[in-house]
Design a protein around this ligand. Sequence first.
Ligand code: SF4
Ligand code: SF4
Length: 323
Amino acid sequence: MTDNQKFEALYPQLEMLCRQAGFELFGIAPAEADLPHVLYLNKWLAAGHHGTMSWMERYAAIRSDIRAFFPEVKSVVMVGHNYYTDGINKPEQAHISRYARGRDYHKVMKKKLKTILAGLQKIEPAARGRIFTDTAPVMEKQWAVQAGIGWQGKNTNILSREYGSWFFLGGMALNLSLPATKPVTDYCGNCRACIEACPTNALEPYRLDAGKCISYLTIEFWNQPIPAEQAARLENWVYGCDICQEVCPWNSFAKPAVEPAYQPQEINVNPAFSDLLALSESEFNDRFRHSPVHRTGYHNFMRNVRAAAGLEYKTTEQPTVEK
Ligand code: SF4
Ligand code: SF4
């Protein structure tokens, strides 16, 4: 058997491992540097659209070239994990982004990816790889596009015709030259629903100004007040913002998540402002210990709650998570 034949045969086996792990979306991209996306990243950084996420600049070289992340890389395997759960946001209550209502996806995804890599190594002992899911300096969205997981919509999320955009991304850089999956077409067409719905005007087609985005301001923007202009437009979001996904017509194809870890904790759906405003630090830790909300820290979270409730806010907490 030639190497090519061996790798052809590995594709369905690897896909099967990913499906068995529960990933609904799967694709493979060749690892050649992806110049248009590198140019896009550099332009985006130069324009300051990354806000205070200085770690994006720090790791730009690694982000730009997956070989800096894993030198032996020949293929990038990408997976998507559906996290959609129902639940209407009530207008008078606080809103927590859908992805953060259950348990922290980082741990769930990492565990599954490790299992897949170990499974692959049983089939092909020469396989070596490095996994990533959100925390590594890898351009996951661009690789997802290259691997045919979906297209990058005008709201900058990755969209799938089968699942909409409610899915987490993860993947692994592998030392095997596996066959590639065909990228999919952009199906945004003339739609501008996300751009028109964004309350802070953070979106232009295919471009996000993170400094204006509620999701960024309530999750990544630490230790300072949310700028007054954006604070006035939080629309009850205290952690993340789903507006540009909720209005997306492709999300009418969303399917309920089967992963138990992503099922929402009742207290994270439509929490009352009065309950959140009364949280002590230890209550915050107890309540959100297993949720991504915990990553933002008590003081930043309370700043969000006070800002969304239209109250004065201030925080001096040091970041709790190293990026
Ligand atoms: S997450 Fe919210 S604030 Fe950010 S771009 Fe989407 S709609 Fe706008
Ligand atoms: S709302 Fe419309 S323009 Fe925006 S991502 Fe969805 S399909 Fe594309």
